[in-house]
Design a protein around this ligand. Structure first.
Ligand code: AMP
Ligand code: MG
Length: 479
């Protein structure tokens, strides 16, 4: 796309969501810097973004070990029906055999004696290292232990005999975890940009790492605008509305590991909005407001932004959500070397659902890009080259295809984001239904939502039973 995001034509024509994401990505590329990094203890790492390549210093597991409690043995030392060997003294096919137990290998207390010889076995517990000479583990449930005098015993001890049932079904290597089968020494385990999930910190811990390099979190300044907007806890004046947006935005931002600078509520007054934007630009990596960007008389964010930065105002072909202001604030950089002197700005619409939906479509991918995160959508290798040059869409919430559980209607020329829930229909099939009323002020629709149902532009009616794409938000709200 050759248009700049500040092209005045964007103020006039409706942009598709994809077009907006694409020009937004190009604008952000101009201010993109690799974030600075710091080292943190592993316990502090969840919810941060990895800043280094992790190469495994060891095999995981470090030794070949037992996956079950039982005995370790060499499969080759057992008789084998397939080989035609007689399985009993009388030459009959028998499914059990007896071995002598020479000792124990316990988790944390490996066997240090000689290797197993033919006809020998070793008692072993889950996680204990396999002794030399063994390649197979037979589980406890298939075993009976006997003393040298032939009495039954509960557990094997050196000098005892063990009787194995079901010998012919034993496969070489069964119930054994090979050294390095999870992670091989020297292999690349993670790359910069990895979001440190519970599993990721677990894997880092399994490598023995006590600390990791992570990117410094972004600082994002937010404020609400509107003379009617009232902070929770205060008495609601006539015509007032409580400030929902600042709280949903703080939560959305914290979920991304962002440090939030909450600058409160601004009245509909150009001078105070301008002053607040100027101040925020010197203290934050991004500034977000809600409200005050439509064409109503009291909408001052646009004019304030024009005074202290460069503004692109977009009418985006989506519902809920238009209009949206994006711009760059001029900032006096505290650290000129690491800053472009420009701070990205988003002026989100004021309606609470529109605030959240536009955040999810545009701000979330922008934050993920600027905070150094890997994109969320995996791209097949053959399309990687083209994908890497294009759009921020790969940092959006993941898309899934589901079946519509009811007929969904949309304004044909816009993409509609209905708030959806997954339910079982009367035939037990999993389908997606809207959460009920879908107005952009009905914030309880977001409360109930597990996904945003995307009804594309050009599709006025989507019938029950037809496939539909959803953006998955997860059962906790946002993935
Ligand atoms: P605006 O974009 O300023 O015209 O606001 C659109 C609608 O959203 C109006 O009904 C506002 O009262 C409402 N609104 C704006 N900001 C907030 C907020 N922070 N919390 C809840 N509602 C808001
Ligand atoms: Mg307003």
């Amino acid at each position: 796309m050759s248009l700049s995001c500040f092209d005045p034509r964007f103020g006039e024509r409706m942009l598709s969501v994809d077009e907006a994401l694409s020009v937004l990505g190009e604008s952000l590329a101009g201010v993109m810097r690799t974030p600075r990094s710091e080292r943190v203890a592993l316990a502090q790492a969840p919810g941060r973004v990895l800043a280094e390549t992790v190469i495994s210093p060891l095999d995981v597991p470090a030794q070949t070990n037992a996956a079950m409690d039982g005995i370790a043995l060499a499969r080759a030392s057992l008789p084998d029906a397939a080989s035609g060997e007689p399985l009993s003294d009388r030459g009959e096919l028998s499914d059990h055999c007896e071995l002598s137990v020479i000792g124990s290998s316990l988790a944390g207390h490996p066997w240090t004696g000689r290797a197993l010889a033919a006809g020998e076995a070793m008692r072993i517990t889950t996680g204990a290292a396999l002794p030399a000479g063994a390649d197979t583990v037979v589980m406890q449930e298939q075993l009976e232990y006997r003393s040298a005098q032939g009495e039954d015993r509960a557990e094997g001890e050196a000098g005892e005999r063990v009787v194995i049932e079901g010998v012919t079904s034993i496969r070489r290597g069964q119930n054994v975890r090979q050294a390095g089968e999870d992670i091989a020494r020297g292999s690349q385990v993670m790359v910069p940009g990895q979001w440190l999930t519970p599993a990721a910190v677990g894997v880092l811990a399994s490598l023995g790492l006590a600390e990791v390099a992570v990117y410094r979190p972004l600082t994002v300044a937010i404020f609400s605008t509107g003379d009617e907007v009232t902070a929770p806890g205060e008495t609601l004046p006539a015509g007032g509305i409580y400030d929902a947006n600042r709280f949903s935005l703080v939560a959305l931002l914290r979920d991304q590991g962002v440090e939030v600078l909450d600058l409160g509520i601004l009245s509909d007054d150009e001078a105070s909005v301008t002053a607040a934007l100027r101040d925020a630009a010197t203290r934050a990596d991004m500034v977000i407001t809600s409200g005050g960007v439509s064409v109503g008389e009291a909408d001052h964010v646009r004019s304030a932004l024009a005074a202290c930065g460069e503004l692109a105002l977009w009418r985006i072909a989506m519902r809920p959500g238009r209009p949206l202001a994006f711009g760059m604030l001029r900032a006096i950089p505290a650290d000129a070397a690491s800053s472009s002197g420009q701070v990205p700005f988003f002026g989100l619409p004021g309606n609470p659902v529109a605030t959240m939906v536009t955040f999810l479509q545009f701000v979330l991918p922008a934050l993920r890009l600027l905070s150094g995160q890997q994109r969320l959508t995996r791209v097949e290798a053959k399309t990687e080259a083209s994908a890497s040059t294009t759009t921020l869409a790969q940092w959006q919430a993941p898309r899934l295809q589901l079946i519509a559980g009811e007929t969904l209607r949309s304004r044909a020329e816009r993409v509609d984001y209905h708030r959806g829930q997954i339910v079982l229909d009367d035939q037990g099939r999993q389908v997606v239904m809207t959460t009920g009323r879908q107005g952009s002020g009905i914030l309880t629709s977001m409360l109930l939502a597990e996904c945003l149902i995307e009804i594309p532009a050009g599709c006025a009616t989507l019938h029950a039973g037809e496939p539909v794409m959803v953006q998955w938000l997860g059962s906790r709200g946002i993935v």
